[in-house]
Design a binder for this molecule. Sequence first.
Ligand SMILES: *[C@@H]1O[C@H](CO)[C@@H](O)[C@H](O)[C@H]1NC(C)=O
Ligand SMILES: *[C@@H]1O[C@H](CO)[C@@H](O)[C@H](O)[C@H]1NC(C)=O
Ligand SMILES: *[C@@H]1O[C@H](CO)[C@@H](O)[C@H](O)[C@H]1NC(C)=O
Ligand SMILES: *[C@@H]1O[C@H](CO)[C@@H](O)[C@H](O)[C@H]1NC(C)=O
Length: 358
Amino acid sequence: MIFWPVVFWVHFSTILQIVCGRKWNDTGRGTIIFEEAWTIPALIDQITSNVPPVGQTNADLKINMLDIHNQRLAGMDANGVDYMVISCASPCIQGISDQATAEAMARNVNDQLAATIANNTFRFGGFASLAMHNATTAAQELKRTVVELGFLGAMINDYQQSGPDDETLLFYDQPEYDVFWEMVTSLDVPVYLHPRANIAQIQNLLYGHAPWLRGPTQEFAVTLSTHVMGLCTNGVFDRFPKLNIIVGHLGERLPSDLWRIDDQLARQVPEGMPMRRNLSSYWRTNLFETVSGNFATLLFDLHKKQIGLDRILYSVDYPWVAMSQGEAWLKELAETMSSRDLWALKRGLAVEVLRLNH
Ligand SMILES: *[C@@H]1O[C@H](CO)[C@@H](O)[C@H](O)[C@H]1NC(C)=O
Ligand SMILES: *[C@@H]1O[C@H](CO)[C@@H](O)[C@H](O)[C@H]1NC(C)=O
Ligand SMILES: *[C@@H]1O[C@H](CO)[C@@H](O)[C@H](O)[C@H]1NC(C)=O
Ligand SMILES: *[C@@H]1O[C@H](CO)[C@@H](O)[C@H](O)[C@H]1NC(C)=O
């Protein structure tokens, strides 16, 4: 339930933003982070797919997930975070098979996020949650959140499960999703693709023998990187050359493995693969990665060479990962990186990709 004064304030603040431009806490040196999870009480029981950070209980994690204005904001102040873009914790809407339920829940989550951050859009922005069953409806909801709620793009948690048995998996590399990508590019916003836990049937088949490998250890990266390579190989970026997709956790391993991927995909060209270029090249034009939850300096150095620093952005993955851990890593990088490169990583590129000053 949203009370009308809150709705009124959301609309009023949006009108203010349209008239005055976005005002955010631009200190000129703080970080901008945007793979940061939050959820609503109705979805809190989805937070079961992996384990909380060391030293925290599941109860601590849930409290942090539901909070915005208290310990989250205090953590931002303590760790030099100027601005945070918030999104609904995985799987969020992608974990709801029934289309009508999912579409209503997406609107509900978006309205609640807008209402909750309405009194502090100086520090917080939002990414839309979208039901992806119908690409036209998803496009319309994205437009509503960007135009009316001032959101900065969308966070989609990998494939959309659907169907009575949850077993119909929808991937956005199919032609029927072109109407969605058309809207994304015409609104000029990025889409962040975040991992999800697989439906139970797949989890049991693939990870039943070693349940430790579910979630961030293995399942997330292999499942999402397959979807990202689906977008590439099925020609989505050839049809939408201006489309910007962000992938977290150091690109779900893809930039670490480009030689073999390019080598093998080249062999698929005679087999009718729609992709017109190679995977490496989309990392130079359409794909960005963040370092969220993967502060691995050696890999970061490799990725700088593989895809370029102008494709890599900072983020944390709060509350799964502590903001202080990210901040400590940035301090370590400062010993070897030029201040100009570090500035680009921690905020400069984010201002452009999120169109924060538009
Ligand atoms: C702006 O962000 C910094 C962290 O970079 C924080 O310390 C400061 O309090 C914020 N300013 C306001 C007015 O919120
Ligand atoms: C925004 O509202 C929340 C909830 O009432 C409150 O805790 C927070 O302090 C408010 N923030 C600002 C900047 O007014
Ligand atoms: C998707 O929604 C649109 C708009 O409501 C509708 O016209 C279209 O038939 C739907 N598509 C499918 C495949 O159900
Ligand atoms: C990938 O394509 C780019 C140009 O689109 C080319 O310069 C590069 O050599 C290709 N890489 C591989 C490994 O084929």
